[in-house]
Write a protein that binds this ligand. Sequence first.
Ligand SMILES: Cc1ncc(COP(=O)(O)O)c(C=O)c1O
Length: 243
Amino acid sequence: PDPHTPVIVAATAGTTDAGLIDPLPAIGALCRTHGARLHIDAAYGGGLLFSDRHRPQLTGLDTAHTVTLDLHKLGWQPAAAGLLAVHDPDDLTALHHHADYLNAPDDTDAGLPDLLGRSLRTTRRPDVLKIAATLKTLGRTGLGALVDRVCDHARHLADLITAHPRLELHAPPTISTVLFRPTHATDTTVADIRRRLLTHGHAVLGRARLDDRLWLKATLLNPHTRPADLTALLNLVEGNTPT
Ligand SMILES: Cc1ncc(COP(=O)(O)O)c(C=O)c1O
């Protein structure tokens, strides 16, 4: 084989820091042209599939051979909640182990479920159970409504920051993370603000380095957040005491 032929391309649908989604249809087409496998890390963005409004952002996801999702963000699961989805079931043959006490061939032939073909976790924690319970309870549309709400919150927070004379927005949010910082602040000040809010128990913000500057990162995932909570958060960032 030509050593210069790409074997696999890993694209991201929802980067951890800015929620950015790679141009999936273009990457899928390139992979087809060059015979490369395509994996898409949709750990964060995969949950957009639940929402009729936001699903179009994932156009091209179906060109992937494999997709990973982490439902601990846009799926409201406690960790661990990682899923691997494969286009071709043959891609799971690596999991086809055989142990007589678990999946004797005559039992499998008689139609007993053979879970070893889907996971190697056997006696480990059944993390899929909580995911199944959520899906059964809320359904796709129920989860989609939660996705819509947190994405709306992110847009609202971004609007508040844009209108704020002393705060700078990194970019309009793609999913539900908002990166911002006080105008003219140094990176040291940004880091100090985050630690102050954490140690005083006022807010849990992340941090991200983009365009060579440090930003505060608000990942909005609570569907019950109210507009007043977002205003209060910006006040706290400014150093005001909680009201
Ligand atoms: C884009 C992305 N990929 C991968 C991960 C990490 O996945 P895991 O902890 O399941 O390895 C995260 C974090 O949840 C993420 O945001």
